[in-house]
Design a protein around this ligand. Sequence first.
Ligand code: NAP
Length: 292
Amino acid sequence: MPASTHSPVSVLGLGMMGSALAAALLKAGHPVTVWNRSPAKSGPLVAQGAHPAAAPADAVTASPLVIVCLLTNDTVQEVLDSLGDTVAGKTLVNLTNGTPAQARRLSEWAAGRGAAYIDGGIMAVPQMISGPDAYVFYSGDKDAYEAHRTTLAAFGGTKWVGTDPGRAALYDLALLTGMYGMALGVLQAFALVRTENISAEEFSELLVPWIGAMLTGAPEWGRAIDTGRHLTDVSSIAVNQAAFPNFLTTFRDQGVSPELFEPFQTILDRAFAEGHAADGLSRLADLLALKR
Ligand code: NAP
């Protein structure tokens, strides 16, 4: 194994995700220094060989590579502000969920203190870290990324998405947007069938393949959105706009709140009113773009 594979790494933040990241680094053979606001959370990692640091600056001093995984980027900024000049010459990899604008600001903050900054978006839950389905988007300082890529591979797949530090957060939030959209639909469907005492778990056996089959149409939507050619012979705005009141009415009739779905009727109505009746639902992505 190359020596760099075992270079020291520090982890700031030992919540559910930070603990999984630190454990993965230990498993990969790195000397790992850990810091957490509530020190008790370092116990299980110390038992696996991690070194506890009393303060974030001590953890940063211990390693050239510092992984940050806190609740929010406001928290990250607070912790980074406590580091003084210990951060100069270090590489910060921030895997905290945040916005592209926050990532760009943190990158500027790091550059102003002589540190390299990489932002990341983790596409996994803690239990998936190091497993075959986990991966992380990275963007920012490419040289630092190349230097530490082997180490970062301890978490799972590494997907580089560009030198704009905000890009990883954009990919992360876009994928999670798809996930939350799916969750809204699944939960609304469950709420609906429960009004007739149908088991939600049993209904999921119908829901899962149905959603999977519908998702196979996503590349076609993507092509329509990329080319601006939305005309469809599959399912038009007109058909969906005419049918959608049935959903809102049924939710109300069955005693289920329509609040999550009313906005969909609004945008279908707008698409229809603006002359897109013959287009497919892909047209809605264009209508969602706000003028900037
Ligand atoms: P968590 O278990 O709630 O851990 C939050 C961490 O942030 C803890 O270390 C906590 O310290 C620290 N923290 C909160 N406020 C702080 C403050 N004011 N000062 C210092 N430290 C503070 O959350 P998590 O699941 O590990 O998530 C961490 C990040 O990973 C989040 O941005 C999350 O969106 C992202 N993420 C999570 C998952 C997931 O499935 N869990 C998946 C992808 C990405 P204490 O222990 O002292 O409270």
